[in-house]
Ligand binder design. Structure first.
Ligand code: PLP
Length: 386
């Protein structure tokens, strides 16, 4: 019954990429040591500072987002260092696995999946454990759609010798996360989520406090050595061959982000996520996330709905790709991203597909009710833009 060849990617990474950005990456390869490439690099470095809202340099690697997480660990710490790890989902677990891999001493704050950590819990963990070197946390835990209160936690950590390391892979560029103003010591992102690019680039920036800690770090590092990248940046080049084509796309996306302006960009995500949540409640469904991020909407699967079959049908027959849950949330949630090359009309397509899919798979919702609720929010937004 497949009648559409068109695909809509609504997964929270990778996300859809704008056709003109894709085409920009199809240019002939340039050499990364040529002056023309240094010019590109210069523009990218400047605009990355705008995105991160920092005066510090932002470094990048040819890796998925996890590479920058690993870079944070190996550049900051030494074996046996105590770190507080907030584990409220799959990506918090990744922080924990990385700390264990590098023989750190993690103090875990377990947060039920779907909930946000309370700043007081971090404060308490800092009080009860002396010599903590870092707090490892997500700005948005993409597996649950939850926003952690990193601003409040940074406030607490400021008085302490520990640094706050923020995995903002699904947050930076989606909502307010000003690195310098909030005192975030390390901020990490990746290309295939909020940056609306293909997978393959990761990014990291260090505050002065993080830089000082890095100077005594004893963990081994080679490719992910930030000191090496720093020296290369001083000559306006990179330590190793960068992902040239992806950087061309990055240059284009960063320029676009700057032209749109962070404030308008945040408003765009706010509107899409609000419209999606309104649609969800109009359909009498529940949002899974206690503090929902603007990056994605996570819907609790209603009792009796076979989400595996539903997702497969949407994907194979209608070309609509949503994400399900990971680990113990498999079959229990549906995730729809707002990141990527998406207009308000793409969201209406997503909601319409959801309504039809639910009806087909034994959970009747009234057709059009979600679309209408979303459309009302989106129409206000479009009117405002006039
Ligand atoms: C996607 C993601 C990552 C990194 O995943 P990669 O597959 O390595 O790019 C890390 N943290 C969060 C919060 C993410 O959403």
């Amino acid at each position: 019954m497949r009648f559409l060849n068109k695909k809509y990617l609504f997964t929270p990474g990778p996300v859809s990429v704008a056709p003109d950005v894709l085409l920009s990456m199809a240019q002939p390869i340039t050499h990364h040591r040529l002056p023309e490439f240094s010019e590109i690099l210069k523009e990218i470095r400047e605009n990355l500072k705008y995105l991160f809202q920092t005066q510090k340099e932002v470094y990048f690697f040819a890796s998925s987002g996890t590479g920058a997480m690993e870079a944070a660990i190996v550049n900051l710490f030494s074996p046996g260092d105590k770190v507080i790890v907030v584990v409220g989902g799959k990506f918090g677990q990744r922080w924990l696995e990385l700390s264990q891999t590098y023989n750190l001493e993690p103090v875990v704050i377990e947060v039920p999946w779907g909930k946000a950590v309370k700043p007081e819990e971090v404060e308490k963990a800092l009080k009860n454990n002396s010599g903590v070197k870092g707090i490892l946390i997500q700005a948005c835990e993409t597996s649950t759609g939850v926003k952690h209160p990193v601003k409040e936690i940074a406030e607490i950590v400021k008085e302490n010798e520990a640094v706050i390391v923020v995995d903002a892979i699904s947050a930076l560029g989606v909502y307010e996360l000003p690195m310098d103003e909030w005192g975030l010591d390390v901020v990490i992102t990746g290309s295939q989520k909020a940056l609306s690019l293909p997978p393959g680039l990761s990014f990291i920036a260090f505050s002065d406090k993080a830089q000082v800690l890095a100077e005594t770090s004893k963990l081994p590092k080679y490719y992910f050595n930030l000191q090496k990248e720093k020296k290369a940046y001083e000559k306006n080049t990179t330590a190793f061959t960068p992902a040239v084509s992806l950087l061309i796309g990055l240059k284009k996306m960063l320029k676009r982000i700057k032209e749109i302006g962070l404030e308008r960009l945040f408003k765009h995500y706010q509107t899409l996520s609000l419209a999606c949540r309104k649609a969800v409640s109009a359909l009498n469904l529940e949002i899974f996330s206690e503090v929902p991020s603007e990056s994605l909407t996570v819907i609790k699967a209603p009792e009796g709905l076979n989400t595996g079959e539903l997702l497969k049908f949407l994907r194979n027959k209608l070309g609509i790709v949503f994400a399900g849950g990971q680990a113990h949330l498999k079959g229990k949630i549906l995730r729809i991203t707002h990141m990527g090359d998406q207009s308000p009309f793409d969201l209406l397509i997503a909601i319409s597909a959801l309504e039809m899919g639910f009806n087909l798979f034994g959970y009747p919702v009234s057709l059009g009710k979600g679309v209408k609720a979303a459309e009302e929010i989106l129409f206000d937004y479009i009117k405002e833009k006039q």
